[in-house]
Design a protein around this ligand. Sequence first.
Ligand code: ITT
Length: 197
Amino acid sequence: MKKILIASSNPDKVKEIKALVSELNEFEIISPADFGISPIVEENGNTLEENALIKAKAFHKLFGFPVISDDTGLFTDALNGEPGVYSARYAGLGAGYKDNYKKLLSKLKDVRDVDRKASFKCVICYLTDTDEYTFFKGICAGSITENPKGEFGFGYDPVFIPDGYKKTFAELKEDEKNIISHRGIALKKLKDYLING
Ligand code: ITT
């Protein structure tokens, strides 16, 4: 069976991607954890596409399988798109999820409800054995809460309410988030591509 490696060292992201591609029966989806390692790749691109490609190439070189990489950012209107490509290290290198969303909430503390719009943008890169790559994108629009809520998900999920919902991503169950999320939308396009060509 053809193996595809998820080019990520973030276990929360790997879990979501695995659930989202589980119906690809003709592929075996593996991750760095299956090899007991979690490589760190310096993400020094200026766009999600650049970073997704940097990760795809680095993991492909390390493991030798076709790969799926994911670069995601949360773009907030009132902060000119912050944290954007810096979402993982918004509160500094080594910052945890809570540090990052607390910084975001504090920067938005004087911003009215109607102006707290934000979007998650996800770029998936599929890199084949022959070094050909294709990007698949997904966007989920919503707004930033005043306080964190919910226990599910990861990252900025406790402070993000998708449009049309009253709950944060962290209050939605994994399968509910996956149906509407940036990552779910991008991976649906990848699945169609892998199945139909
Ligand atoms: P890899 O690069 O190893 O895949 P990472 O966590 O560094 O893992 P990103 O560079 O894409 O991944 O960083 C994006 C950050 O944005 C991530 O660390 C989370 O804090 C946040 N994030 C990504 N996807 C998210 C989601 O679906 N919900 C909430 N926050 C998310």
